[in-house]
Design a protein around this ligand. Sequence first.
Ligand SMILES: [Zn+2]
Length: 290
Amino acid sequence: MPTLPRCRLCQSEAVALVLTVRSHRMLRCADCGFVQVADRPSDAELVAIYGDGYFAPSKYRDESTLRAESQRRLALLGRYVQPGEGRRVLDAGCAIGDFVSHAKADYEVFGVDLSAHAVDEARRRNPELGDRLRAGRLESLEFPDVAFDAICLWDVIEHLWDPVSVCRALMDRLRPGGVLLLSTPAADAPIARIMGRFWAFMTPPEHLSFFTRRSLDFLARDLLRGSLLSCRRMGKRANVGFVLYKIRRIAPFLMPEAVVRSFRWPGLARLAVYVPTGDVQYAVVKKPPV
Ligand SMILES: [Zn+2]
């Protein structure tokens, strides 16, 4: 039997093959619950995914659902860091700047993203932020003189081969008592278990690392030496057109053509709805005050 790699999170050898998704082997760790892609993607595969087209507007980019999502994230941030002048927040993996655009009135916001193309677009949309939006690796030491009150990792860690080293580097950039906020798919959500390889987030090699409540807890306490202040599962906002597209793709028998046609009323496809999938988890990790 070929040997499997250790769990990238807790280093346990108790990993088992649970799924194969388009030739990518997915392993689950019996000790911490972490689910990982077994084989590191090649640079060519990553370029194919994250080329300049990755952040190009898609027909599913819907400003109203994005606004609602940013609003939810801003409300979560506000529970831990009071808005105000000199309250510094880094959006790590800021993409084209949706969240910084939303948070800049309340906080002194900074953003970093690996994609120079995305950062150019984020700057175009937020010219007043200028040098506070930079292209670079998330774990690199951009803004070396700033200690952040909060660092946000929205839908980022599932994309990372080594989320631990990135999170550790970012914890170092927090002021004592600062918070790391993150959102990531919940691999232990019932819908994830039921859908298996057809789960909407099960998209290797774009997504490489999947967390459960237990593996997030292990990350926060054991690896980052912080405290897990909150870990909640939620659904997501999506427009009706996107939901129909997903249902048709995953389970076409649930969505006969006649039903799809009936939903093609002007405006309805763009109507934002809350989909209570419970497969997105929001976690808040606090750095010790001293
Ligand atoms: Zn593990």
